[in-house]
Unconditional design. Sequence first.
Length: 108
Amino acid sequence: MVAEVATMPVYVYHCDECDFQFEQQQKFSDKPLKRCPECGKDSLHKVYTPVGVIYKGSGFYSTDHRSSSGANFPSRAKKEEKEKAEAADSTKHEAEKPKSSSKEKMDS
């Protein structure tokens, strides 16, 4: 049988008086340290550092989750199809328009 090993968080403390900084492993239920082990003054505080997060993969899309409003967003393929159809439609309309010759423009 494997025994469970309880891991405790490691906190970083900094002294405002002597600028001493150190790490201390403590339980969640332990009270924060106040007295600096270096200078003996009550000027310790915990240092909170940002957590490094790395997002890997191809990215995040609006279709990865439902929106709070419940709106459905069209997929990228449908959007591209619609854009191609609109482009083809506008090209068709351009071809149907009568072209005025440059000679007619000069006569005017």
